[in-house]
Every structure is written in structure tokens, then in C-alpha cells.
Design a protein around this ligand. Sequence first.
Ligand code: NAD
Length: 470
Amino acid sequence: MAEFTHTINGEAATSDKSFDVVNPATGQTFARCPEASRVELEHAVNAARLAFPAWSRLSFAQRGKAIADFAHALAARIDEIGPVLTREQGKPLGQAKWEIGGAAHELEAMCKMEIAPEIIRQDATHRVELVYRPLGVVGAITPWNFPIILAAHKIAHGLYAGNTMVLKPSPYTPLATLMMGEIARDTLPAGVLNTIAGGNELGQWMTEHPGIDRISFTGSVPTGKKVLASATGTLKRVTLELGGNDPAIVLDDADLDEVAPKLFFGAFLNAGQICMAIKRLYAPEKLYEPLVEKMTQLANAHRVGDGMDEGIEMGPLQNKMQFDKVLDIIEDAKRHKVRITAGGHRLNRPGYFIAPTIVADAADDMRLVKEEQFGPVLPILKYADVDDAVRRANDTRFGLCASVWTKNIERGTEIARRIEAGTVWVNHHVSSEADMPFGGFKESGFGRELGLLGLASYMEPQVIKVPLAA
Ligand code: NAD
């Protein structure tokens, strides 16, 4: 494997220390990653601060052009970055390339919108203008499930708004992100995008750092709470994209042949390790057994293995901690009166593989239903009527996404409006689009990314009031 380096002030940088990166398909170390200390963090923050004045003075169009160059260079390196992403994250190679291609697409698409100054009032004596200014240096912190696309969301609007950035990936999946930094060296002015890898403490130093003005965090609810607490010392602006426990409600008119494969995709893509994956599936009495049967067939037919092998649809869990947590949740379910109709066990091979698992007759008080499982295990729950389904869908501290499945779009829309979640789809689950603000209700988040709301969150509104000449 090539040597991996941080990118600070447009140049490669290393550290005295380094750490192992494990391939979850084998459980073995396959690369070493430099581990940034406070010294490299200082260098990165200083570089970002120095780059800020010139970058922030450019127009949206000029910054958008530079970000598009970065996106094109990223797309041109898909064949090189894809295998690194598969080895560190576990996802099948086709899905790794799809993530990188999607990131390149979103980087451009997110830089097509603009926030224009607004005249709030103009009368005989004064003009009052509302303008939006960049904040300064953004600290971006990403998780291990979609390292590239989640970084791309932060880079796109963070930089497009006129800020500069220090980006830190998860220590489980740092390498493909460091390769994004290499691309920034050739396509963006020095210091505009700095990428440094390190442990969890590096994230904490960033949230406390007085030279960082804004934190854009994606990760778990417990870490998100720590980030918010730690950012209060400097009153940084913060957005938190956190976990979910998304419900999908199948209505009694749904065509199961059509919806079951889509539900399966929404629950098992990326081995279920998606914040907005379907994590609870609600079905009415009349469709319950046929739906369980269809989901079981799909789970049994799903091809699981090393993401570098041909034809694989699902890889391993990304790390040992998550693997153990999901196995614990399955064991807890087995202690209740459930039917495990598919999977329910690890694969008998090295690496962190769990068979796609369907749990029928799941109960509301099981860990699998109450917690975010973040793995390839789906509980199917029976509901009495739509009011019962909506009440139970909303009975959670999470509120990221949800979906309703029906042939009757009007009825589906009406039910969607009753669900407490940041995004609710009818007949769809799992996607992000450049113009759709994304974020969570309740403990699933704080603020929005994407769309105009996302762009505005990287800027500070400013009122300018001027007297008019008589
Ligand atoms: P995590 O919270 O453990 O780690 C996320 C990032 O935070 C990592 O880079 C980590 O090094 C860093 N970190 C850890 N401790 C920190 C601290 N004290 N201060 C600052 N940074 C710190 O999350 P994870 O396990 O990597 O990711 C899985 C979670 O992310 C799931 O809950 C998932 O739902 C959530 N997620 C949410 C979204 C979303 O958009 N809402 C998207 C993807 C993943």
C-alpha cells in the first residue's frame, strides 16, 4: 500500500506516531496511518486561518469553479481510491466507487445554489440590507460508514460559503479521506482544505480549539452530545448529524412484490450501517406473514463476502466494536419470543461478517427496536391500525428519517406529515439530494446540511443599515 499523509497548507505532512488500519473483511491490519498530534492540528488551523481572507473574498462562482475542479479530479481517481475505501470500510467495490462518484456529483450539485443579499427595508431615510458572511475556519468531523460522501457534503457547502476547513475522518476509515486531501493540493489554494487523521481525542481538540469557528459533525448521538458541550467554551456554531432509528410503515394496499426489494435495499445497504437506513419495519396484520416471507427470501439470497470479490452485495460490519454490539442485540432478541427467519449469526470465517437477519414477531421493548442497531438486522413489527403504527413510529428519542409505503400517494402523504422526522419519503427510503435540507428531529441532530438551509448554516447573517442621502 502507498504511504498516506495528512494535507496541511497544500502540502504532504506526516506525524511522529502512526496507527493501524484494519480490513474488516479479514480482521487484519493492512495499512498504517499517520496520527496527528496537537502540533499538526495547530499547523492545519493556522494554514486554514491564513487562507481564509483571500478565499472568502472570492465570489460564489469562483469558489464553485474551484470546487468543481476538485470534484472532477476526485472522479478521475475513482479506480485508485475505490479499493482503498473497500479495504478500510468493508463495502463492496462497486458501492465504494458509487460513493466516490456520488460525492463528486454532489460536490458540484451543491455549488449551484446561492444566497443573495436581501433588502429588508428601504424607505425615505434608510436602506436595511441582510447579507451572509462566511464564518472562518470549519472543523469537519466524519464517521466510518460513508467517509467520502459525508466529507463531500461538508467540503462542498463549507468551502463554497467562503470558509476554509480542517477535516478529520474516523480513525477506523482515515485513508480514502487523506487521498481527498492529496487532490486538494492540486486543485484548491493552499490551506483552504486541510485533512488530518488521528484518534477521537483529535476530534475533541478540534471542538475546543479557539481557532476553529464552526464544527460540522456527523457521528453517534453520545459523541454529538460531547461535541456540543465542548463547543460551548468558545460558542462555536455547531451542526450535528447523528443517529437514527428510522421506521418504515407499509400500508395495507401496498404491492409487496414491488416494495419488498426496495425495503430490503433501504435496510441492508452498507450492511445496515447508514444513519437513515430502515431500522424498524411496521406491517399490518393482513400483509404481515407475506412480508416476512419475502424479506426472508431476499435476506437468504443476499451475497455476503469480501467487498473485493466479484458479485458481492454486502460486506462485513466495519469494526469489531460494532460487530460485537450487533451480535449482542441479536442475542437480546433471541431471549424474547421472536422468530429469526433469516440469519441470526456471524459467518464462520475471519472478519466481522453477520448474515442478513430478519426478526419476526419483534416487540417494542426489545433493544433491536428501541436502539439504533446500525447493522444487517431488521425487526418486523405488526400494527393494529394506522394510528397505532404512527404512534409507535414516533415513540423514540430519534427522528432522522421515515417512510410510508402505499399505492395511495395522497394517503401516504397525509401519514408522512404525522411522523416526527427530518425527512419522510413515500415509497422510497435512503438517499440524499443536493437541494434537500437533511437533518434530524429530537436527538437525531441539530441543524441541517444540504439545501439552502445547509449553505446558510455555514454563514453568519449580518444586517447593514445605511442612511440615504436626503
Ligand atoms: P462516532 O460518534 O463514534 O465518531 C464520529 C467521529 O467523531 C469520528 O471521527 C470520531 O473520531 C470523532 N470523535 C469521537 N469522539 C469525539 C469527541 N469527543 N469529540 C469530537 N469528535 C469525536 O460515530 P461512528 O461510530 O463513527 O459513526 C456511526 C454513527 O454515526 C451512527 O450513530 C450513525 O447513525 C451516525 N451517522 C449519522 C449520519 C447523519 O447524517 N445523521 C450519517 C452517518 C452516520
